[in-house]
Design a protein around this ligand. Structure first.
Ligand code: ZN
Ligand code: ZN
Length: 417
């Protein structure tokens, strides 16, 4: 029996792990530069949390969630997205009591039963930001700036920010009416799902992926024309902050988020190199979510992005990422006695945090020096019979081939940082 990996999942092999780690490190750094702290929630939650937050009729809940019940018959789901769990934790841990805004980021696997395709998996990895506790338009711009800084720090160049406002429940009333009016003559041409949406949530008509429904989207009325005064002002302020921060954007009324709890600002970051599936991250305000799942009425904004598409975009734009970790020091030891004597020296280097490599299976000087070169190490430390007799060893800089003889205790201080 040869076991195979489940469809729609992938192994991150050692060669790729270095890249993944690098990208995650940059995200951590950029998030920290804005004062955001990491939060890690379990990969499964009560299924009801997502039914409540995403809406029971949403595709995610209806078709894509991995559900299971445990030995006591409790209904759980593997998390299909990261926001609801973070908000659950925020409410459960009374983070609102501290009086301060919570500035949070997360990373980890999410799960959706979806048809696997290029860059899309059933277990996929996301990174995200959640700012909970402020409706100030500056924070809409800040959250967007985090994503843009992150992508720029990685070296992506062809980025586009598209932004929209989906208003609030108050704005939605007029807009829903306008949409119904627009779609009424086409009602018979819409898919069965859209027939339902027309009655329940006309705004969802805009994100139907069925081609015969999509054709109506272009000429549909825009939410931007139906914003109330507060929401119109909020949006104008967000755009002004973006201008001031030097972040280019395009207002695109077609940016609507698929989940019900989104309000006001909605945005997507697009990388054209990705082709048809070109959205690399998306987010927006979700002022209605926290009260929806049992917390106090609290404004919030966030975004999530996928690591798979991000790595694909970097590849398509020809950005090279580190693939291997190179040793600081490669140990070359000749003779049985030296091969033992080198080990405590390596221990000292490793305890000081340096990557020191040693291969006991290579014994000749030539083979070991060749391996040192291939490894890309900065230095070789060479211990032969002569050095051993003198209580010295040779430190060779493999970049400029300069070598010096020194006491083993001096090696540490002679390594460049
Ligand atoms: Zn409004
Ligand atoms: Zn449809």
């Amino acid at each position: 029996m040869m076991y195979k990996i489940p469809r729609g999942t992938f192994d991150i092999l050692p060669a790729d792990s270095v890249k993944w780690q690098y990208v995650k490190d940059i995200f951590r750094k950029v998030a920290a530069s804005f004062g955001y702290s990491e939060i890690t929630t379990p990969i499964f939650e009560m299924a009801e949390l997502f039914e409540r937050s995403s809406g029971e009729n949403s595709d995610v809940v209806q078709k894509e969630m991995y559900r299971f019940s445990d030995q006591k018959g409790r209904n759980f789901a593997l998390r299909p997205e990261g926001t609801a769990p973070v908000v659950r934790s925020y409410v459960e841990n009374h983070m609102d009591k501290s009086g301060a805004r919570s500035k949070l980021f997360y990373m980890g696997p999410m799960f959706r039963y979806d048809r696997p395709q290029a860059g899309r998996y059933r277990q996929f990895y996301q990174y995200g930001i959640e700012l909970i506790g402020s409706n100030h338009p500056y924070f809409d711009a800040e959250v967007i700036a985090i994503e843009m800084n992150f992508l720029k720090a990685l070296g992506l160049k062809e980025l586009r920010l598209e932004i929209n406002s989906v208003g609030c429940a108050n704005c939605a009333k007029d807009y829903d009416e306008a949409l119904r009016e627009y779609y009424r003559p086409h009602l018979n041409d819409l898919c069965p799902d859209c027939q339902k949406r027309y009655q329940q949530k006309p705004r969802r008509l805009l994100d139907c992926k069925v081609p015969s429904c999509k054709v109506f989207r272009k000429a549909a009325p825009s939410q931007l024309d139906y914003l109330d005064e507060d929401c119109r002002l909020h949006f104008a302020e967000v755009l002004k902050y973006l201008d001031t921060m030097g972040i280019a954007y395009k207002v695109n009324p077609a940016i609507v988020r698929g989940l019900d709890y989104y309000t006001n600002t909605a945005f997507e970051v697009i990388v054209d190199a990705l082709g048809a599936q070109n959205s690399i991250a998306g987010g927006g305000r979700y002022n209605a979510l926290i009260a929806e799942i049992g917390g106090k009425d609290t404004p919030a904004i966030g975004f999530a992005g996928g690591f798979e598409r991000l790595l694909l975009a970097l590849e398509k734009e020809g950005v090279t990422l580190p693939e291997t970790v190179r040793p600081k020091v490669y140990a070359v030891a000749i003779g049985e006695e030296a091969r033992r004597a080198i080990l405590p020296i390596l221990q000292t280097l490793r305890e000081a945090g340096f990557y020191a490599e040693y291969n006991p299976e290579k014994t000749s000087f030539k083979a070991q020096m060749k391996a040192a070169d291939t490894s890309g190490a900065d230095y070789a430390i060479i211990l032969g019979e002569d050095e051993l007799a003198q209580g010295k060893l040779i430190l060779k800089n493999l970049r400029d081939s300069v070598q010096i003889s020194l006491d083993p205790a001096e090696v540490l201080h002679n390594l460049s940082q």
